[in-house]
Write a protein that binds this ligand. Structure first.
Ligand SMILES: NC(=O)c1ccc[n+]([C@@H]2O[C@H](COP(=O)([O-])OP(=O)(O)OC[C@H]3O[C@@H](n4cnc5c(N)ncnc54)[C@H](OP(=O)(O)O)[C@@H]3O)[C@@H](O)[C@H]2O)c1
Length: 289
């Protein structure tokens, strides 16, 4: 597994990261989730991205990393779900960091994102001040923003985030036009979320969840020529883009994880075909948060 520099943070991350969204749900029990994390480490994955909203994900990762913490760049998210504390306030960030440390049995977070934080909250500054205080206190190594569109642009231009996480996949390419080039210029590390477009090709008819439905609709409209195995095509597209340090892949399957690790970047011509198709079809196709 190749590693890439994460902007100017001094951290290096595997070019495929374990997106631990699906890791916390009922599809896996605790034991299977822990085995999946161990398998990811064995495959050379050194970045794990989670959030308090991903069910039991943080707890399971904490259990899996006992005695292995040093091997990973650990990333989570903040801004909500702190009992008795209003969301999107400074105290919610400060207490949220302590809760995450506790759940994952660690004394530091490598990357801590404001999780889809609204623009007005960013502008108010209170949550960012609290996040920066945690960096100074050594509890967080890299202050990060996770989200898309205007909020993403604001976060990059603010100069206050070392890392951003945004949607990049075959059906969601807006960030490649302006936000990611700007992040490169400013030395901000970029993590791609939803790298597989939520595997929208798997659904025979339009799925119910609005985000999956949007990707499903976009993929049909783009009508890309088939290019080998669909997951390898999707992931290879993200790996071929410059400025992205790691493509986060969500999976509950050991086989799918192993297949991802064996995937290489798409050739330049096929990547361009996908870029052209997106531009041809893009009618207000904002980044999906
Ligand atoms: N706002 C935010 O901050 C935000 C939002 C979304 C995502 N994220 C981050 O990004 C990560 C990735 O996004 P995601 O999990 O939403 O979506 P994703 O990685 O684009 O897609 C996940 C889906 O792809 C399927 N899949 C994986 N490998 C496959 C293969 N080889 N063939 C067919 N299907 C395959 C998985 O099913 P199986 O379980 O069957 O493999 C799962 O249903 C998340 O886990 C999270 O860390 C962050």
């Amino acid at each position: 597994m190749q590693t890439r520099a994460l902007g100017t943070t001094g951290l290096r991350v595997s070019e495929i990261g374990l997106g631990a969204g699906p890791l916390g749900g009922s599809e896996l029990d605790d034991r299977a989730a822990i085995e999946l994390v161990h398998a990811a480490l064995e495959l050379g994955i050194s970045l794990i991205d989670t959030a308090p909203s991903y069910g039991r994900s943080e707890l399971r990762i904490g259990a899996a990393l006992r005695g292995r913490r040093e091997r990973v760049v650990l990333s989570t998210k903040l801004g909500y779900a702190v009992p008795g504390v209003p969301d999107w306030t400074g105290p919610c960030i400060t207490a949220g960091i302590d809760l995450a440390l506790d759940r994952m049995g660690t004394t530091w977070l490598d990357i801590a994102h404001l999780h889809s934080c609204p623009l007005d909250v960013l502008e108010r500054g209170e949550v960012l001040d609290a996040l920066e205080a945690a960096v100074r206190a050594g509890k967080v190594r890299a202050a990060a923003y996770s989200g898309d569109n205007r909020e993403l642009a604001w976060a990059i231009d603010s100069g206050r985030f070392a890392v951003v996480q945004c949607s990049v996949n075959l059906a969601d390419q807006r960030a490649l036009d302006a936000a990611i080039p700007r992040a490169i210029e400013r030395g901000v590390g970029v993590l791609a979320k939803r790298s597989l477009a939520n595997a929208a090709w798997r659904d025979a008819s339009q799925p119910g969840a609005p985000d999956r439905a949007e990707y499903w609709r976009r993929m049909r409209e783009m009508n890309l020529p088939p290019h080998g195995e669909p997951a390898a095509h999707a992931l290879g597209f993200v790996l071929a883009q410059s400025g992205i340090s790691s493509a986060l892949l969500g999976t509950t399957s050991l086989a799918n994880l192993a297949a991802a690790v064996a995937t290489g970047a798409l050739d330049a011509r096929s990547a361009q075909t996908a870029r052209d198709a997106f531009r041809r079809c893009d009618r207000g196709w904002d980044g999906v948060i």
